[in-house]
Design a protein around this ligand. Sequence first.
Ligand code: SAM
Length: 474
Amino acid sequence: MKYLPLFADLEGRECLVAGGGENAARKLRLLLRAGARPTVVASAINAEIRALARDGKVRVVQRADGLPDLSRRRLAAYALIVVADADSDTAEAFAAAARQANIPVNVVDRPDLSTVVFPGIVERDPILVAIGSAGAAPVLVRRLREQIEALLPSRLGHLARFAQRFRTAIAGTQPDSGRRRRFWEIFFDGPVARLVLEGREPQATSAMLRLVNSGTAPSLEGSVALVGVGPGDPDLLTLRALRAMQDADVVVYDRLIGDRILDYVRRDAERIYVGKARGNHAMNQEAINALLVAQARAGRRVARLKGGDPFVFGRGGEEMAHLQAASIAVEIIPGITAATGCAAAAGLPLTHRDYTSGVTFVTGHMRDGAPEPDWASLAATRHTLVIYMGVATAGIIGDRLVAHGMRPAMPVAVIENGTRPEQIVARGTLATLGATVAGRGIVGPALIVIGDVAALARESAPGVDARAQAYAQA
Ligand SMILES: C[S@@+](CC[C@H](N)C(=O)[O-])C[C@H]1O[C@@H](n2cnc3c(N)ncnc32)[C@H](O)[C@@H]1O
């Protein structure tokens, strides 16, 4: 370990910043956030630093010539010296003087001259995460910072302050340090902490007061999040979905969830596959409902991953109702549904106002005995139609809509594996819908888009569509 990470208390302390450009301004912003009292020494000062000086936040010593007095005696007043926007000679002179005076010094972009470095930070005050690479890979540090930024709940600081408010009270009710630690471990995983993170602090306070007054440790209550994970491209996960996947003790998923999404699940979470290919259910819906309840009752946080959005043809409503009936806390995390994800990936504007006044989502899945969709009104609507689960019945859908008066030449686009690397976009007409699906070897998951906007879809280049070629040769 080249550097020992320490957090410096600079509240009210004098710091010296050599330089008056953008680098100096960036460091000044940080120093001011930490409550330091900076003095800037430079020959030229940029507008931001001038404004800070006008507001009395920094003291500026403008010098047209050479170096200031760097004697040990003069420098002793400073808790930290930062050298920014300086030429090499100036930087080396400051660094040497600071070392001699035993004052921590940071020279921007010169780790060789620095005794301390500024880490990348993610701030949820009072929580602070610092990341460094000892100068080896600053761009990697920035990437990591972005990833941690995305992972940490925005109200994490509120949670830390909430816990702080109750520290003394909990120390009173839980005098044994082991039990106290266990209390806080359970607390941070439990429902009260969740209320704080959701911004429901009054309810969290009441719940916490009940816990404090009863003198008991909170029990670990399980919960289920129905997490919409979008159509397949992990970049389309929401931040909330990502957090639920990282928090979960157990993840329940089915066939629509690819490995690229599962890569974002916490490494040590248990994974339970519940199948669900068409007509080949590894576990039926009742068994899935029972599994979710049993896992939550065992005190576990369950993430039930659903392709697209949980409430769009996802049976999320049924799972939610079942969990609520069993008094299990359930959270719904919306996702990008296949229609919007696939349309974007195919460059197909679903409601382009030159072509349509709306969009209708329909299931093409025709269950035995269940009534068929209302073809007459679907054929009459001037909406774009998006058919989910319609691959197996594509020919019937085309025939029914034509029979009910939709024009046979109506443009159609079929998007298979939308947003994924193996995406196929095939264009055709309503009259040839069945043939288009069969001709391109489309087996799903696929969406059928019917309407004038479908003519705008970017069709997959034939050379890219390897499976269709193999199909054509067979
Ligand atoms: C059971 S539904 C689930 C829909 C999901 N809840 C949503 O909001 O997208 C499954 C159907 O969604 C569509 N689908 C899901 N992901 C898709 C993708 N990546 N490309 C094309 N269609 C997809 C297909 O029509 C598939 O048969």
